[in-house]
Ligand binder design. Structure first.
Ligand SMILES: [Zn+2]
Length: 275
């Protein structure tokens, strides 16, 4: 009997899978929400007063809910989540969901039942996220989603200091045009302080309570919707609050749809030049 041929360890490879996530729970960040004080550093987090040794500020993220099952399924140790943009932590991601590519680094086992894996991730996520079927894609899809920008439809609840006049609501409901947004204070620490023109079109605006309005708005990529609603102390003009002539703020915000090429629906007219 000849000796059995020694089996070489299976080669490792990198794999890319595309899907779209719907985020159905507020307070869930897209990626790991590291503690701003210790940055999740293994040694520094131990006596960090900010996160009490946890290293991050939320238990879960979309990234972790996916990576936790997906990475081991491929016999890999590492994965990278590449989202096509991101929504704020308190904003739901509805409609067909936000595209992303999940990169599996060093996969030893490429033969995975993607549909069973997706079902398991969604089931374990217990209502926090839903996923479109995974499709294996070439690496170039990461750059495509990073570099391509899409209009978005948002749904917002707007709290007004008092109910605006019917005429003001009607005028604001017909707004379509360009607004100029100076970098909001809340992101000024990581974005250059600039005036950015952004196109948007109000799709619907109607009273929803004693002094509240429900808004649907189609926005160019990069629009700060909360700031457009409030005016951000004069940093965004014109603003919804300005059009209504009543101090107003966004209390609830959802991304209703990201208008990727395959999604039917309204589009903003092409702009002469983009900032
Ligand atoms: Zn910390």
């Amino acid at each position: 009997m000849p000796d059995p041929v020694p089996t070489a360890p299976r080669p490792r490879s990198n794999l890319w899978f595309e899907s779209r996530y719907r985020k159905l729970q507020r307070g869930l960040p897209q990626t790991v929400f590291f503690c701003p004080k210790c940055k999740g550093d293994r040694r520094r987090k131990h006596d960090c007063p900010e996160c009490k040794g946890f290293g991050k500020l939320t238990r879960e993220s979309v990234q972790e809910l996916i990576a936790r099952r997906l990475v081991p399924a491929f016999g890999a140790k590492y994965g990278v989540f590449h989202g096509a943009g991101r929504e704020d932590i308190d904003v739901l991601m509805l409609g067909r969901g936000r595209p992303f590519v999940f990169e599996v680094q060093g996969a030893r086992n490429p033969d995975v039942d993607l549909e069973a894996l997706r079902a398991e991730i969604v089931q374990r996520a217990a209502g926090q996220i839903e996923l479109a079927p995974f499709v294996r894609v070439p690496r170039a899809r990461v750059a495509y989603w990073k570099e391509t920008h899409f209009d978005k439809v948002y749904r917002a609840e707007v709290a007004c200091e008092r109910m605006p006049t019917a005429a003001a609501i009607a005028a604001a409901a017909g707004f379509a045009g360009t607004v100029v947004q100076r970098t909001p204070q809340r992101v000024a620490h990581r974005r250059a302080d600039l005036d950015r023109p952004r196109r948007l079109q109000v799709l619907a605006l109607a009273p929803s309570g004693e002094s509240t309005l429900e808004l649907r708005v189609l926005c160019q990529h990069g629009t700060y919707v909360k700031e457009w609603i409030s005016g951000d102390e004069g940093r965004t003009t014109p603003s919804l609050a300005g059009l209504l002539d009543v101090p107003s703020r966004c209390t609830v915000l959802d991304v209703e749809e990201i208008m990727t090429d395959d999604v039917p629906g309204p589009r903003l007219p092409a702009a002469p030049a983009e900032a």
